[in-house]
Design a protein around this ligand. Structure first.
Ligand code: HEC
Length: 123
């Protein structure tokens, strides 16, 4: 019953499902990460993009030694469910002048990716 209501809600309006507290699936998120993010990111090492271990709760643009855009370095965002979702939906809208040329239009995929990012350790 509840699942059906949430599904209807998600189909009608992705933001509605998000507000209802629907969590992504970290396992699906990991598979998506390997397909879509691993060309530029890795959990444990800086590549084209910064490392993601410990990204949840971290200030944006704060990995020491990674050459961020001035825009992201100057931003005062802290990465959580809401900010990561907005970043993945449209990084340029969230932080004009940033340098990640990639976005994830699908709300379910974003929720899954964020659930996976949340599992990454700080080590
Ligand atoms: C084409 C390369 C590329 C792809 C693909 C890519 N990214 Fe990025 N990402 C970057 C770059 C470059 C930055 C740094 C942006 C800046 O400094 O403005 C970044 C930054 C980030 C940040 C901010 C991290 C921090 O330390 O503040 C997050 C979170 C992120 N990416 C998540 C993802 C996820 C999740 C995916 C897959 C859906 C992804 N990225 C795909 C290149 C990429």
């Amino acid at each position: 019953m509840r699942a059906a209501a949430l599904l209807a809600c998600a189909l009608a309006l992705p933001a509605c499902a998000q507000q209802a507290g629907v969590r992504g699936d970290a396992q699906r998120g990991q598979a998506l990460y390997e397909q879509r993010c691993a060309a530029c990111h890795s959990p444990g090492a800086d590549r084209v993009g910064p490392r993601h271990d410990g990204v949840f709760g971290r200030r944006a643009g704060s990995v020491a030694g990674y050459a961020y855009s001035p825009a992201l370095r100057r931003s005062t965002l802290v990465w959580d469910e809401r900010t990561l979702d907005a970043w993945l939906r449209d990084p340029q809208a969230l932080v004009p002048g940033q340098q990640m040329g990639y976005s994830v239009p699908d709300a379910t995929a974003r929720a899954d990716l964020v659930a996976y990012l949340r599992t990454l350790s700080t080590k």
